[in-house]
Design a protein around this ligand. Structure first.
Ligand code: IMP
Length: 425
């Protein structure tokens, strides 16, 4: 029995989709616990590329049961669209895909509020416009709908009235558009779509408890990354959920004593989509090189990702906050052919040297990276299967990361395919 969490150690897009797909071979259950359709996991299987936003990428493994926990904000349109794409691609998730009845639902008005609020903000966060913040806001202020509420037609029809009135009032007063949301349209849209969804609804906490009882292997699939966490990220440039490993207990209804392993997924360099501080960001040829060679384009929004050198302060922070017990280091191949590779070892904050990451945007915005330089390697490593066969300089780079984080690297990913993975030790 194992209960493993794969958590993003940077700002998301660390390549979790591939790692989860890889580990999925040993998993019986793959579960999402936070976020919504803002996530974008790209998995390449042979010639086919699947991009999943709502459905856990475990669904691509035949023998895996996938579940969406209560901590996720459930986007029913994305879910149905992905169901259809999977079915067209010959993958039928019926009977092996479940949604918690207690997951909050992203309503059509959440997406509109997300857009309106973002465009009205002076300091833009760069949200994905998937309604994430407004949906979590309604959860916290206790007026949101859970999956189970929409399945109860009478209850939903009554409560929706209040919600629509409130949202229309906000829209009219704040954004100058009257009667923006139509009660009847939203009601019938939800009723018809939840007819399709009803058969996937199951108590995920009970499902997992029974799985643990039967010694099954469970893998939790984190979305976004540590620095986008609502509490521990670079606030306010964060998403609205608990992306860190601790989010699993809340977002899936399992207790912390059941967790056996926490895998931190770290890119060999750093990227970020959206706004916010990024100390090692590169605006030079190396930044362009990483973006191009790494194909650094957001899976959900298609926006180019900002690129920079590996930041060991972030890595150490992610280890501390998540309790990472081993690291999956991804996209190491992308660094190949760089003559020199830098890693950030400290920040110079207005003349003061910082060795620990501080999640305060204005401190980070005024920090300069202090770098250590490594020699690069020129060989193409994308087909290497054994750790020993990696160029010495690549091994030196990996060992630096192990030393600075005090955590072993267990997987080195050298390409998007399942087969392009080196299991160290
Ligand atoms: P939201 O989650 O749409 O509210 O966006 C908040 C911030 O999180 C923005 O900077 C987004 O670009 C970022 N973000 C949200 N989801 C992801 C993701 O899956 N990968 C990387 N960044 C993300």
């Amino acid at each position: 029995m194992s209960v493993k969490i794969a958590v993003g150690a940077q700002w998301g897009d660390e390549g979790k989709g591939k790692i989860i797909d890889l580990l999925g071979a040993q998993a019986d259950f793959i579960v999402r616990y936070q976020g919504g359709a803002n996530a974008g996991h790209t998995v390449k299987i042979k010639d086919r590329k699947f991009v999943l936003h709502m459905i856990p990428s475990g669904v691509l493994n035949d023998n895996v049961i996938s579940a969406i926990g209560n901590g996720v904000v459930f986007d029913y349109d994305s879910f149905i669209q992905e169901l259809n794409t999977l079915k067209e691609g010959g993958i039928d998730p019926d009977g092996k895909l479940f949604i918690s009845p207690y997951a909050h639902v992203v309503m059509p008005y959440h997406k509109e509020i997300d857009k309106a609020r973002e465009s009205a903000r002076t300091t833009k966060i760069g949200t994905t416009f998937k309604g994430i913040g407004p949906a979590y806001q309604d959860k916290i202020c206790r007026c949101g709908f859970r999956v189970i509420d929409i399945l109860d037609k009478e209850f939903f029809a009554e409560k929706l009235k209040e919600n629509i009135e409130e949202k229309n009032f906000i829209f009219e007063r704040l954004y100058g558009e009257s009667e923006k949301f139509n009660y009847d349209d939203i009601l019938s849209d939800c009723f018809s779509k939840f007819e399709i969804i009803a058969k996937y609804v199951k108590d995920v906490s009970i499902l997992l408890d029974e799985a643990i009882e039967h010694n099954k292997n469970i893998l939790f699939e984190g979305a976004q990354g540590t620095l986008l966490d609502i509490d521990h990220g670079t606030f306010p440039y964060v998403t609205s959920s608990s992306t860190i490993s601790g989010g699993v207990c809340i977002g899936a209804g399992i207790n912390p004593t059941k967790i056996t392993e926490i895998l931190g997924v770290m890119k060999a360099y750093t990227t970020r989509v959206g706004n916010g501080p990024f100390v090692t960001e590169l605006h030079d040829e190396v930044g362009k090189f990483l973006a191009e060679k790494g194909g650094e384009v957001g899976a959900t929004t298609g926006r180019p990702r900002r690129c920079g050198y590996f930041d060991s302060l972030i890595a150490k922070y992610a280890v501390r906050i998540n309790g990472i017990s081993s690291i999956a280091l991804t996209k190491l191949d992308v660094l190949g052919s760089l003559d020199k590779i830098k890693v950030c070892t400290a920040y110079n904050y207005n003349g003061k040297i910082l060795h620990d990451f501080i999640p305060v945007a204005r401190v980070l915005e005024n920090s300069e990276p202090v770098y250590q330089e490594f020699d690069g390697w020129s060989e193409d490593i994308s087909n290497i299967k054994n750790y020993e066969d990696l160029p010495e300089n690549a091994k030196r780079y990996i060992e630096y990361i192990e030393n600075v984080t005090k955590v072993p690297v267990s997987i080195v990913s050298v390409g998007p395919e399942r087969s392009q993975s080196i299991f160290k030790d």
